[in-house]
Ligand binder design. Structure first.
Ligand SMILES: [Zn+2]
Length: 303
């Protein structure tokens, strides 16, 4: 029989007094710029946090992954499903220059800061969404009974405070903690999305919607058309539920050149008229405003 070596009374005393001292101490916060390196995130032993003024977070979440891992399948099936999905998503986040990548079970998130962070994050998100189709096709080819699944993608942006938390002097037991809205909001957008959908908060949309390469479809099927749709993400707080959803993947033909254009800062296309841009702008402003207004009414009921 194992002998307990835990002194429960003193453990509880220690963690309670340590929590109290942390709660009572205002930590030092150092603001950094876009050149900040994730390797310099302060350790658990440090007193300070780092503040990054604006990060863009891309979360990818595999739909119904708990169901994929059950149903009498072999463990190796589940293992292959997880590895193939996560390997693809992580490789994509890495290639688009995510400054930090975190893997969580069957998915994970990338944190982007510095130059072109919105463009890099957006292109990574659409690429994960595109990869998800090919990934599921491969899965289905192997097992025709597998339920429809794939990545759901969410993107949000905001300032964050970050430091590593965990066992004080053991780096193996420390993980960066991103205090603030973006990881949480991006997760909720991914949660609200369905397979093959990408949902971005209205704050992210503000930064991307004036880019013709992002806002409109390619020229393969006639005149460029609207690709996005305003949606309400009900799991977000009431004043931040306005979001925008994309269901398209990169076009087989134009995807590479569009991705390249976005990544190199191109914004205008000859095939998109000024009238079309203005109509697009008006439509989204009205739709997002309607969501905000509905939420405000919901919050202050009149009777
Ligand atoms: Zn095309």
């Amino acid at each position: 029989m194992a002998t307990s070596t835990i002194d429960l009374v003193s453990l509880l005393d220690d963690v309670a007094s340590s929590a109290q001292s942390t709660i009572n101490t205002v930590p030092r916060v150092d603001e950094v710029d876009g050149d900040f390196d994730a390797a310099d995130i302060p350790s658990a032993a440090a007193q300070r946090w780092v503040k990054i003024p604006d990060v863009v977070v891309v979360v990818c979440d595999l739909k119904g992954s708990t169901a994929l891992g059950t149903g009498g399948k072999h463990d190796t099936t589940t293992a292959r499903i997880y590895k193939s999905a996560v390997d693809g998503a992580v490789r994509i986040l890495h290639e688009f220059g995510a400054n930090y990548i975190d893997i969580q079970g069957d998915g994970g998130f990338g944190v982007f800061w510095g130059d072109n962070r919105y463009e890099r994050a957006f292109c990574a998100g659409v690429t994960i969404r595109t990869f998800s189709d090919a990934w599921f096709a491969a899965l289905r080819a192997k097992d025709a009974t597998v339920p429809h699944t794939g990545y759901k993608v969410g993107i949000a942006s905001e300032r964050v405070l970050v430091k590593r938390l965990g066992t004080r002097n053991d780096l193996e037991e420390q993980e960066p903690v991103w205090a603030g809205k973006p990881v949480n909001f991006a997760s909720k957008c991914a949660q609200a999305a369905d397979v093959a959908e990408l949902i971005v908060t209205d704050k992210v949309w503000d930064r991307l919607s004036s880019n013709d390469y992002v806002a409109f479809s390619c020229d393969c099927h006639g005149a460029p058309a609207e690709l996005w749709e305003a949606v309400e993400v009900e799991v977000l707080p009431e004043d931040s539920r306005g979001a925008v959803r994309l269901t398209s993947a990169w076009c087989d033909t134009c995807g590479p050149s569009f991705c390249d254009a976005i990544m190199t800062g191109a914004r205008k296309r000859a095939s998109v008229t000024e009238a079309k841009r203005q109509e697009h702008d008006r439509n989204f402003r009205a739709a997002l405003l309607a969501i905000r207004k509905r939420d405000a009414e919901h919050r202050y009921p009149k009777w």
